[in-house]
Design a protein around this ligand. Structure first.
Ligand SMILES: *Cc1c(COP(=O)(O)O)cnc(C)c1O
Length: 444
């Protein structure tokens, strides 16, 4: 590995707010949120040159493992990295070309819950299990997760059989798709599912308040599985790296990515993959009608907004937590901003894009993927010739009540999703306050 050698000091992980001492990777993962309320980022980014030795045939888990190695060097988790990658990247993320040869779809929905969050959730579960086995973490803990629809299912699936771990999932009542809601309540083991009478931002705030309450955090050994966790952010670089390499193998301009964006975890991982040296062109933040990133990129306005409910519900975030990471990365890499683009896609455009994808290209997109597809098709119409990958974040069968009437046909359900939907499902109501969450933590 050029750039970092085995005897280099380990990377220290720093809070975006800079009021906490830097810490080791495993401690940052165990903490979730930094003590000063910030999010952890690597204090220095390794320069990853080893990709020149990899090629388009290297498997996704091998690319990810090579890419992540410098981030893990010297940490107790390093010895478990290969196994964590094998677990997290059990399914490939295919890069499917369109007929024009310049547009691709990066399909991230082949995991057990049919959304990209399976990659990060399984990587996190593998690392937490390793820390527990090595006695770096307590023998029993509570994973607390707020979900706008897909995170909760991925985390429930990844932690369902984790020893000594109970998992509590909060989702906004009535604001997820019927199949998402079913999935969220379908887990056995020590997984419990709660419908909060509020929005995703309420769920996220309740989780943050629980972590900020030292007594609660310590007595229940709370662990975060939200996209503030480094163990979800870092592995999401893997599929961008593998796709960029597969594309680079053919020569030509580097691949740009249009990423459906809500809390910004997935798109920020793409930005970090670019910063460590992967052959990535532009990173486009494709949002829905919640405009936080767009407003920040266009007007330097990062103030939180009330959440707007849209067809792309997993992206209904008014105050994206990873904006804090993005701002730090942009401030410390002066040339980065020129390679970032953003757009906001309303429900009408989402519907029109789903119809167009099916009629003109024979592709079926979920409403989130449609935001990215809209951005790329719009650029093509303006004569943009760059190679673009539309990042397909969920399988359209999870959103069949939206997609099927638009394309006027049934969307086949992937077998693993069908199996999950055949299980019984149960979730309980919860008021949108920390007191209600505290009661749930203490009751079970
Ligand atoms: C979570 C999710 C997103 C948004 O990802 P972020 O990392 O929160 O930006 C987009 N699409 C789907 C299908 C999702 O589940």
């Amino acid at each position: 590995m050029k750039g970092r050698a085995a005897n280099d000091p380990p990377i220290a992980y720093e809070s975006t707010r800079g009021r906490t001492p830097p810490t080791a990777l495993h401690q940052a993962i165990l903490a979730g949120l930094a003590p000063d309320g910030g999010l952890y980022l690597p204090g220095t980014l390794p320069r990853f040159d080893a990709w020149r030795d990899l090629d388009a045939t290297t498997t996704l888990d091998a690319v990810a493992c090579a890419l992540l190695q410098p981030f893990f060097l010297g940490d107790p988790l390093a010895t478990h990295l290969r196994a964590a990658c094998a677990a997290a990247y059990a399914e490939d993320a295919p890069l499917v070309p369109h007929a024009d040869g310049r547009t691709f779809e990066l399909e991230l929905f082949h995991g057990p819950t049919a959304a990209f969050k399976d990659y990060g959730a399984r990587f996190l579960a593998a690392n937490l299990r390793a820390l527990r086995d090595d006695e770096e973490a307590p023998g029993s803990s509570t994973v607390l997760v707020a979900t706008s629809g897909d995170t909760g299912a991925a985390v429930g699936s990844a932690f369902e059989h984790a020893p000594g771990t109970r998992t509590i999932i909060l989702h906004p009542d009535g604001l997820v798709s019927p199949r998402q809601a079913h999935q969220l309540g379908s887990f056995g083991g020590a997984v419990s599912s709660w419908r909060v009478q509020g929005t995703f931002d309420d769920c996220q705030r309740m989780v943050k308040e629980a972590f900020a309450d030292t007594e609660l955090r310590v007595s229940h050994a709370l662990t975060s599985a939200n996209s503030i966790s480094l163990a979800r952010l870092l592995p999401q670089m893997g599929y961008y790296a593998a796709a960029a390499l597969r594309h680079a193998g053919a020569g030509g301009a580097p691949l740009s990515f249009a990423v459906p964006t809500g809390n910004l975890g997935n798109a920020v991982a793409c930005v970090v993959a670019k910063l460590v040296g992967m052959p990535i062109g532009k990173v486009l933040f494709a949002g829905n009608a919640n405009r936080a990133v767009l407003d920040w990129l266009m007007q330097d306005d990062a103030s939180p907004r009330a959440t707007i409910a849209t067809l792309a519900n997993a992206m209904d975030v008014g105050a994206p937590s990873n904006l804090e990471r993005l701002r730090v990365l942009v401030a410390s890499h002066p040339t980065l901003r020129a390679d970032l683009e953003a757009c906001s896609v309303d429900d009408e455009a989402i519907r029109a894009t789903i119809v167009r994808g099916w009629r003109e290209l024979g592709r079926v997109w979920c409403p989130h993927t449609a935001c990215a597809a809209h951005a790329v098709l719009e650029r093509r119409a303006r004569g943009d010739q760059r190679p673009w990958a539309i990042v397909a974040t969920a399988h359209p069968a999870k959103f069949e009540t939206i997609v099927e009437p638009l394309i006027d046909r049934a969307v086949p359900v992937p077998p693993r999703l069908a199996a999950m939907l055949a299980r019984p499902s149960r979730s309980r109501p919860m008021a949108p306050h920390l007191a209600a969450l505290r009661a749930a933590l203490e009751a079970d």
